[in-house]
Design a protein. Structure first.
Length: 263
């Protein structure tokens, strides 16, 4: 009788674990936070993450504020369970600014970046899951928004699962930018804490430094972000985030709302 109960208990436990794993096979988008996910979309799967982004920043000359509306979009294609191809762009862009007292409007498209992401390590005890993200941004956009040449970047994301449905993510990285005087390197860093509220809703707070550079190269950009994501289904996510710039080189305010779909 004891053996029968033990076997039944093990069977029920395994079924429950399998059901839980299946229930938790939800879409995991890189949105809306800056820190990348360590989880790949999976072999043969395609995930589209698109959004609307509004940014307001102070003009360098102190003449009014610059306002930019864009549609950042990321396409993720699963080449293997631990490897994916990524195509990313700022999308359609509209920027309002002032020059010599006149209001100027610029429209066009942002540059496109091609990249690969690799799930390098699964979590093991105190060790985090790790993802490696390599990308190259191409000078492919409209003249008003185009960068100089090919600009590569490398980011390494690490995620820890903490008690009470909390997850901590950290992402250091390095990038190369081009300007008239040549190339220069800049640092990348982000740290995010996420909290799940039930099976569909999660909130996050984040410190993002997408560019850590010397003053002669434009200086460091930094923001404090607060956001949330809601699962409409296991394959569809709706999200939003508000960002506050922490210095004069960062947008004063940014707000984004996005939609992610997995097939």
């Amino acid at each position: 009788m004891k053996h029968t109960l033990t076997l039944a208990t093990i069977t029920l436990a395994c079924c429950a674990a399998g059901a839980h794993a299946q229930e938790r096979d939800d879409i995991e988008a890189d949105r809306p936070d800056f820190v990348e996910s360590t989880r790949m979309v999976g072999k043969g799967r395609v995930q589209l993450e698109t959004s609307l982004l509004f940014e307001r920043e102070r003009e360098r000359e102190g003449e009014g504020r610059k306002r930019t509306l864009s549609t950042p979009t990321l396409l993720r294609i699963g080449l293997a369970e631990a490897l994916e191809l990524r195509v990313e762009t700022e999308g359609r862009m509209i920027r309002h600014s002032r020059e010599e007292g006149r209001r100027v409007t610029e429209t066009g498209y942002g540059d496109t970046a091609l990249g690969l992401s690799w799930h390098a390590l699964d979590p093991a005890g105190p060790l985090p899951s790790v993802g490696v993200h390599l990308a190259a941004e191409l000078d492919s956009g409209s003249r008003a928004f185009r960068g100089e040449g090919v600009r590569p970047s490398l980011r390494v994301a690490a995620e820890w699962e903490l008690p009470n449905e909390v997850k901590l993510g950290v992402m250091p990285g390095i990038g190369v930018e081009r300007e008239e005087g040549g190339r220069y390197r800049y640092g990348i860093f982000g740290i995010v804490a996420e909290k799940e509220f039930g099976e569909r809703l999660r909130g996050l707070v984040e410190l993002a430094l997408p560019r850590i550079a010397r003053a002669k190269h434009g200086g460091t950009e930094a923001s404090f972000d607060v956001g949330a994501a809601y699962l409409l289904s296991k394959d569809v996510q709706l999200d939003a985030m508000l960002s506050r710039g922490l210095n004069s080189r960062s947008p004063d305010i940014a707000f984004t709302i996005g939609l992610s779909i997995r097939r």
